[in-house]
Ligand binder design. Sequence first.
Ligand code: AHR
Length: 308
Amino acid sequence: MRSRNWLSGIVLGAGMVFAASAASAVTIGFSQVGDEGDWRPAFSKDMQDEAKKEGIDLKFADAQGKEENQLKAVRAFIAQRVDAIIIAPVVVTGWDQVLKEAKAANIPVFLADRDVDVADKSLYVTRISADFNLEGRLAGAWLAAASKGRCNIVELQGTTGSAPAIERKKGFESVIALFPDMKIVKSQSGDFTTDGGKKVMEAFIKATDGLKGICASFAHNDNMQLGAIQAMKEAGLHPGKDVLMVSVDYVPAMVTELKAGDANASVELRSAIGKYIYPVVLEYLKGKKDWPKWVKIPSDVHTAADVK
Ligand code: AHR
């Protein structure tokens, strides 16, 4: 009888410890853009894996590329009284109202990856992300050197109104503006997808009689460039040889293309963001409130020569 009491005491104690730790787990709502290419699912997986390691209860909402879904998800997180909200915003506009609602509910908001354009920056704590403008400048600088400053370029833009599409374009243009014989002759959105990139490149091939006079393809992400490579091969062209191919992300499929010589350079966008963002969120919740408005994740350029 005594031993049974002793055992039930342990079980009860363990139960209480478990209940206490479950009750004290930090709950974070994460509104993700979707799964438009190879980079984004790698980022989603990293956020989920890192949350597990940190003992965070992560509520993951996939917006399937639609801002309206993100607004609904954020409002649901507010109603559930999560401890913090992380948003990777599809586009930069349309965020003021919902961020005000989170602030009114005393729930801190953190931006991951993409940016928002809000008048009142106090509506979010900080943004943890790479510098998209720098990525565009790195791509432009690589191309200026590779083409010796003489190049007609076709550009495959990312999702219209998204921070990476806006900033990669601006950064790239700011560098090629230094070279009078470099210019973008065609530019269209492929929405960051392989299919979109393929369709846009098919249209470019048609409009330029097989990319005549075109020296390079600059794609705002690797997936569009992968689609462009397919379109060029189907048209009997030789990407990476007839036309220089530079893009952003450095996903595994692009590494394969770099090795094969079908692409020339890719600017790396790190998908392992969890290890940067969760410590910031957790420390904020413990009381460290003074964060810079932007915690930058470094970028790097990889070329066909590097991967070999
Ligand atoms: O926001 C980052 C960009 O979004 C990545 O470069 C791209 O692959 C994704 O769609």
